[in-house]
Design a protein around this ligand. Sequence first.
Ligand SMILES: CC(C)(COP(=O)(O)OP(=O)(O)OC[C@H]1O[C@@H](n2cnc3c(N)ncnc32)[C@H](O)[C@@H]1OP(=O)(O)O)[C@@H](O)C(=O)NCCC(=O)NCCS
Length: 373
Amino acid sequence: MSDVIIRSTGLWTPPHSISNAQLVESYNAYAARWNAEHAGEIERGEREAKQPSSVEFIEKASGIRSRYAIDPDGILDTSRLRPKVEPRPDDALCLMAEAGVVAVKDALNRVGLDGGDVDGVICSATSMQRTYPCVAIEIQDAIGATGFGFDMSVACSSATFALQQAVNAIRCGQANRIVVVTPEITTPQLNYTDRDSHFIFGDVAVAVILERADWGNPGWKILSTRLKTQYSNNIRSNQGFLNRCEEPARDEDEMLFVQNGRRVFKEVCPMVAEMILQHMGDCGLTPDDMKRLWLHQANSNMNRVIAQKVFGREYADAEAPTILDEFANTAGAGSVVCFHRHNDDFETGEKGLICSFGAGYSVGSIFVERVAA
Ligand SMILES: CC(C)(COP(=O)(O)OP(=O)(O)OC[C@H]1O[C@@H](n2cnc3c(N)ncnc32)[C@H](O)[C@@H]1OP(=O)(O)O)[C@@H](O)C(=O)NCCC(=O)NCCS
């Protein structure tokens, strides 16, 4: 059984992003129009007026300042409030595969590899744009990889859960070098008429190349992985293949992302901190061994609570960085995007933790150590 390293990571972002100010302006114009259209009902107390959104609230409550988006124009257009996506012919790369391939090639190029050097592709993301064939197999074909490909999904823990599957497959000798790719096209899943959640998501794709450690390449040794789930309805999407058969038909809004953010905050923070500390202790590690925590990127206040519990002290921003200001919540990709952006300064032997958490509830924790060739 070989140990496993992360050899490289890669990223794709859409070319355009949306600031909080742009998003709030668009929402407030929509809300004012809606209130005018429903003025009679609001006056009679039959409906509640829509309250305005605010940049200050978003930044304070979440740490989010902007988000990359596949189609800012469609999202900001108050008569549409959703990205516009052109249908593609079946023989063209689908949107998720296209984003994923860029991230995978970025990861491969950074270490002088190409797709032919890969013998497994796992595509793991919050939602897949179609049921079959697997997006992973399309990516496998597009990069010229051998072996196998499959899709999986564990909401905001999609990447970490997939990393554990890749580690296990390499350890067991089922593959030698696997790409885990997480194309998160999340902006179509938001209800832009809901001020509680219209600011949350951004689009991104991130890829991780894992390989046998006994090949002796530099990278990040996987010291240990652990997964945990506990059922909760507090973050939910009812989108699925039964929607078109349901009678009575659901409101479209019911198929989009909904959450009870306060409950999530209260329940998930202790669950995550406890799991990290337990996992750390079981590995014979202490908080002092951790140079950095690359935490899931949903909310900067949540990360502050968790990091403080884990370190057991006040900590510097660099010890648990956030990328929310630029990317917003990128669902299953967030902790790995954070790792990708913030790992250049590690010396051989220094250790850190990649940890995701979110809908399910689900938590994935992965301890890594920088290794030289
Ligand atoms: C969603 C979240 C940012 C909201 O922050 P919060 O501090 O809990 O805020 P609340 O939802 O309690 O709202 C506080 C007030 O601001 C209001 N508000 C909500 N959205 C607003 C907006 N866009 N602009 C202005 N005010 C807003 C609320 O209506 C509420 O008003 P009230 O006090 O009069 O009832 C936060 O709960 C969170 O991040 N939770 C965890 C989310 C998470 O990790 N999800 C995983 C998803 S993958």
